[in-house]
Design a protein around this ligand. Structure first.
Ligand code: ADP
Ligand code: MG
Length: 249
């Protein structure tokens, strides 16, 4: 994947450090993700993957370093942060849908409140997105009436409704029953094929092999490997990655 040297990376993190008390959870993390690239982040539990996602979205303050989205540094707070955060869609392990709102309302809420889109326009876009993720017929239902896989697809539609430039996924299929994993991965693969810039924390190696342009392997707060899926799975360089792959494959 090539970009012109002057094109700013869609996601850029430079020398990012983060501590929780004595625990150095992000150690000098530097990554650049060009527009349209799909990056899968792998690594053992506790290695800092979720913290990295949250830092990129400024849900978690960092101690030092710089994070920019589409060339714009993330401001610390206020309106500018709300606007930039809207450029970054995030999907979590737990679907985090509003339980007392319908699926359609869940998807229209952000655009009408944050993006100031008219309700009619927001509804039209929401229905298109729900159709794209295959659950248009569930629009009037409440989250609890949907399967886990459908709820997660609704969460993806909700994130997309904000017209994000970047999508972050933090173990989006880990809470799902096994038979529902594929439908969510298929939705993510379609999004990747459409050229969305994505950072995906997942243990789904099939997805990593198929959809990722690049694999980052994290361990103890560091990015230990940064390679193509082919390289990573066939020829991991570090002992830590070999050990990790030995346990999961
Ligand atoms: P991963 O997503 O790779 O499993 P996390 O980013 O969730 O890892 O966590 C990295 C480390 O930071 C872990 O040791 C975890 O216990 C710790 N941690 C995460 N969030 C907090 C927090 N809010 N307060 C204190 N420690 C935390
Ligand atoms: Mg995590």
């Amino acid at each position: 994947m090539s970009t012109t040297p002057t094109a700013p990376a869609m996601i850029s993190a430079k020398a990012v450090n983060k501590h929780f008390g004595d625990l150095h959870v992000l150690k000098d993390i530097t990554i650049e993700v060009p527009k349209g690239q799909v990056v899968v982040v792998l690594g053992p539990s506790g290695s800092g993957k979720s913290t990295l996602c949250r830092a990129i979205n400024r849900l978690e303050p960092i101690d030092s370093g710089e994070i920019a989205i589409d060339g714009k540094p993330l401001p610390e707070e206020g309106k500018a942060l709300a606007a930039l955060r809207a450029d970054v869609g995030m999907v979590f392990q737990q679907f985090n849908l509003f339980a007392h709102k319908t699926i359609l309302e869940n998807v229209t809420l952000g655009p009408t409140k944050v993006r100031k889109v008219s309700s009619a326009q927001a509804r039209e876009t929401a229905m298109e997105l729900l159709d794209r993720v295959g659950i248009a017929n569930q629009a009037q239902k409440y989250p609890a009436q949907l399967s886990g896989g459908q709820q997660q697809r609704a969460a993806i539609a909700r994130a997309l409704a904000m017209r994000p430039k970047v999508m972050l996924f933090d173990e989006p299929t880990s809470a799902l029953d096994p038979e529902m994993v594929q439908e969510v991965l298929d939705t993510m693969t379609a999004l990747a094929d459409e050229g969305m810039t994505m950072l995906v924390v997942t243990h789904e190696m099939g997805f990593a092999r198929r959809a990722a342009h690049r694999v980052l392997f994290m361990s103890d707060g560091e990015i230990v490997e940064d390679s193509t899926p082919e390289e990573f799975f066939s020829d991991p360089k570090s002992e830590r990655a070999k050990d990790f792959l030995g346990k999961i494959l």
